[in-house]
Design a protein around this ligand. Sequence first.
Ligand code: HEM
Length: 315
Amino acid sequence: MPTPQAVLAPLTESAIFLTLTLDESAPGVADTVRALLGDVGGLRRSVGFRIPEGELTCVAGIGADAWDRVFSLSRPAGLHPFREVAGARHRAPATAGDLFFHLRAHRLDLCFELAQHLVDRLAGVARVVDEVHGFRSFDQRDLLGFVDGTENPEGDERSAAVLIGAEDASYAGGSYVVTQKYVHDLTAWNALSIEDQERAVGRTKLADVELADDVKPSNAHVALTTIVDDDGTERAIVRDNMPFGRVGAGEFGTYFIGYAKEPGVIEEMLENMFVGRPAGNHDRVLDFSTALTGTLFFVPSADLLDAADDGAPGE
Ligand code: HEM
């Protein structure tokens, strides 16, 4: 299998999430984007090699419209624009995004310098429409105060959940990434008792233990995001959520980022959360959380990304 990008890298203390749109009218857009994508690996090494213990990684994703504009290759099987999900009470909007960079390191300076290089190289052809600087909060808690990421798959199950294999052989080693920027109403959330918060999430707050099936409500977050195939196999994704915010502006957020080898798994979870399972039984966490963005990108293997400026994928 071709070498994947760093989609399997562990959570770090810092992350930058950069979403860009292409300027269709700018001359040479496709050439500039292909040249930059082919250099992402080299730029990451230039910044990261100097501080090896910082473990800087970068994952680049390409949206459906941009794929068609930049490459003459067929579209990867699961690549389409993010589809809005609208329930009776809550909505997951679809927002703009042609290119996406997920930068992770133990120190923000490494992410920041690499973000500068990436954006410099795209000057005149792309603009940043969303930039989020995520930070680790205590023991990997989100700003609702719950440990976030516990049930992520590990080991072989991790790669099996996120890496495309023989089912789309030309894009083996690739993946899909869905992102959503959420802001929380912490005043309303903190007015709940701890027990009510635990019933909303489906886990205990301090010890992070899953509630027993007979006490976990059917609208708990972890109940609605657990999906099982007809044959009983759980369909997993890998989440790398990070908190972000600005205290003075009263902004308290979770940047949701999920990787999967087929976006349908994440789409089914979103359907359960926003429309409800059954319809109307929506995710209780959404009563305190608003999705502001929603995007879907294809993440090519590192080999395909490196070849982007060789002419191979574009010509
Ligand atoms: C589990 C928080 C959005 C999918 C969890 C857990 C927390 C959490 C605290 C329990 C611990 C864990 O296993 O990680 C949040 C917050 C969100 C959010 C604060 C945004 C407001 C989403 C979205 C999806 C998702 C949009 C998918 C589309 C999952 C999955 C699990 C999970 C699959 C594990 C379920 C299990 O197997 O027990 N989330 N999440 N989450 N979340 Fe979320």
